[in-house]
Ligand binder design. Structure first.
Ligand SMILES: [Zn+2]
Length: 245
C-alpha cells in the first residue's frame, strides 16, 4: 500500500502541469474549486457502481472500443465513426497509449472519450493484491493522461470484466466511472463480419453499451461490422451516447 500511495503522489505531481489543458479541451474532470487549488489536479470522485446506462437515454447505444490504440486499426475505426457522425468511448491499455500518443490525441480531438483499461490488460487482476490492482489502474491513468496531452480517462473498464470492489472504488475516487458492457459483439474472436453484425442486432435488447475492439489482432471484421451497424442503428432511431458518469 505504501508503493500505491507513492504512486498516487507521483501522478498528482506529474499531472499538475496538464490541468489547464484538460479543462480547455473539456475532457478533464477538474470540477469547481479546482482552479483555487492548482496543486490538486485530481478528478472529482464519481459513483463506484458499474455503469451500463447511456447519457442519451433509453433509445441510445454507447459504442465502446477496447484494447488500443493500435497504429493500423484505430485510424480505421476513427474513420468509420467519423463517416457516421458517431462518438465513442475508447478503453485504452496504458502501454499502448504510451507507445502511440498521436493516436490518443486523435481520439480526443475527434470528440471521443477515454477509458482506463489498465497498464497490461491482466484479466486475472481480480485475484491479485490491492497494491497490484492500484498500480495497474493508476499507472494507466497517468500513461493515458500524459499521452492525450492532459485529458483524463473518464471511465475504468477492468480487463475481461475482472472488477473488484476495491478496484471500482479506487477508480471512482480518481473520477473514473467503472464501465461494463451489455452486448459483447464477439468481434475479438473474428467469427466473420456477418456474425458480429448479427450478434449485436440480436443482443441489443440487453442494454446500451456495446463492446468492440481496435487492437489485439486483425480488426478488419470490426471495421466492416461498424460500417454496417452504425447506419443501421441510426435507421432504427438510436442515438449514440456516452456511458453515464
Ligand atoms: Zn480488453
Amino acid at each position: 500500500m505504501v508503493a500505491a500511495a507513492l504512486g498516487v503522489t507521483a501522478v498528482a505531481a506529474a499531472t499538475s502541469v496538464w490541468t489547464a489543458q484538460a479543462g480547455q479541451t473539456g475532457g478533464g474532470s477538474a470540477g469547481p474549486g479546482a482552479s483555487a487549488r492548482p496543486a490538486a489536479p485530481k478528478a472529482a470522485p464519481v459513483s463506484a457502481v458499474i455503469a451500463h446506462a447511456s447519457d442519451r437515454g433509453e433509445h441510445a447505444v454507447n459504442i465502446t472500443i477496447d484494447d488500443g490504440p493500435d497504429p493500423v486499426w484505430t485510424p480505421r475505426v476513427l474513420q468509420v465513426l467519423r463517416d457516421n457522425g458517431v462518438k465513442a468511448t475508447f478503453c485504452m491499455v496504458g502501454t499502448q497509449a504510451e507507445a502511440h500518443p498521436d493516436l490518443v490525441r486523435q481520439v480526443v480531438a475527434a470528440g471521443h472519450r477515454l477509458c482506463d483499461h489498465t497498464v497490461s490488460h491482466d484479466t486475472t487482476m481480480d485475484t491479485k493484491p490491492p497494491a497490484y490492482q492500484s498500480q495497474q489502474i493508476v499507472d494507466a491513468e497517468r500513461q493515458i493522461t500524459k499521452a492525450s496531452g492532459g485529458v483524463r480517462p473518464m471511465y475504468y473498464r477492468a480487463p475481461g470484466g475482472a472488477f473488484t470492489p476495491y478496484s471500482r472504488k479506487l477508480a471512482a475516487s480518481h473520477g473514473m466511472r467503472p464501465l461494463g458492457w451489455n452486448v459483447d459483439s464477439k468481434d475479438f474472436e473474428r467469427p466473420g463480419t456477418d456474425a458480429v453484425v448479427a450478434t449485436v442486432k440480436g443482443e441489443l435488447a440487453n442494454g446500451p453499451t456495446i463492446l468492440f475492439h481496435d487492437a489485439g489482432g486483425d480488426r478488419s471484421q470490426t471495421v466492416a461490422a461498424l460500417h454496417t451497424l452504425l447506419p443501421w442503428l441510426t435507421e432504427q432511431g438510436y442515438a449514440f451516447g456516452f456511458p453515464v458518469r
